[in-house]
Design a protein around this ligand. Structure first.
Ligand code: SF4
Length: 225
C-alpha cells in the first residue's frame, strides 16, 4: 500500500460490530468532529508514530481467515484517511466482508468507497440543523444528511444509529427519526449514552414506551441498546 493507513487499535474478535457476523474491527485515527459524548477521544487526532503497522494488521487477518467473516473499519472517522481505499482492497482480496462505521462527515469519500462496502453503520446524531450542538462543528449536519441520502440511494445494507445524550430534546429526536424514516431508512438503533465509566445515563425518552412504540412503527427494524 503506497499511502500510510494510521491505525489506532484493533479488536480481533467481536460479535456486535457487524450484525450477524463475527468480525475484526480496525480503529483508524483521526476525526474532525468533537462530539460531546465521544468515547474515542484518543482517536480524534492523528499520531503517525503511534500507528500500528498495516503489515501487522494483515498478518493478524491471516490468522483470522476461516474464523471471522467480516472486517469493520471504524474510528475516529475512517473516511478521513486517504489510504482507506487501498486498505479495503487489501482486505477484500482475503475474501472478508467489509463493514464501515462512519459519522457521515465525508459524503464525497463515502460515495467513492461504497462500491467496495458490504454493510455500513452510520451515525444520525440529532436533527440535522442541530448537529453542531453535538459535534461542535458548523455545517456538520449538512454533510451527514448528504451521506445518509447517498447511502440510501446506493442500496448498500446499513443501520442508522443514534446515541441519545442527556441534553438532547425528545421532540428533536422524534423529528429526525421520522425524517429519516421518510427518506427511506429501514433499520435504526437508539443507543443509551454511557459515561466514561460505562454507566448508562438514561434519557427520559427510554421510559416513554408509547413514544418508542410509535417511533418503532416507522422502521422495519428498530433496536434499543
Ligand atoms: S464522530 Fe465519532 S469519533 Fe468523531 S468525535 Fe464524534 S463520536 Fe468521536
Amino acid at each position: 500500500m503506497e499511502k500510510t493507513l494510521l491505525v489506532g487499535g484493533v479488536v480481533s474478535l467481536t460479535t456486535v460490530d457487524y450484525p450477524g457476523y463475527l468480525s475484526v474491527v480496525i480503529f483508524l485515527q483521526g476525526c474532525m468532529w468533537r462530539c460531546c459524548y465521544c468515547h474515542n477521544q484518543h482517536l480524534q487526532s492523528v499520531s503517525p508514530t503511534e500507528s500500528l503497522p498495516w503489515e501487522d494488521i494483515l498478518n493478524l487477518l491471516k490468522t483470522r481467515e476461516g474464523l471471522v467473516e467480516a472486517v469493520v473499519f471504524s474510528g475516529g472517522e475512517p473516511l478521513q484517511q486517504p489510504a482507506l481505499v487501498d486498505a479495503i482492497e487489501d482486505v477484500k482480496k482475503m475474501k472478508f466482508k467489509i463493514g464501515l462505521h462512519t459519522s457521515g462527515a465525508f459524503p464525497e469519500k463515502l460515495a467513492q468507497v461504497l462500491p467496495l462496502i458490504d454493510w455500513v453503520g452510520i451515525d444520525v446524531k440529532y436533527e440535522f440543523e442541530r448537529y453542531p450542538e453535538i459535534t461542535g462543528v458548523p455545517s456538520s449536519g449538512e454533510a451527514a444528511r448528504k451521506s445518509l441520502n447517498l447511502l440510501i440511494a446506493s442500496g448498500v445494507e446499513f443501520e442508522a444509529r443514534m446515541t441519545v445524550y442527556e441534553t438532547m430534546n425528545a421532540s428533536s429526536i422524534t423529528n429526525v427519526l421520522k425524517e429519516i424514516a421518510a427518506l427511506g431508512v429501514k433499520t435504526v438503533a437508539l443507543q443509551k449514552y454511557r459515561d466514561e465509566k460505562e454507566n448508562v445515563v438514561e434519557h427520559s425518552i427510554f421510559s416513554d414506551k408509547l413514544l418508542l412504540t410509535d417511533i418503532s412503527k416507522c422502521f422495519e427494524n428498530f433496536y434499543i441498546r
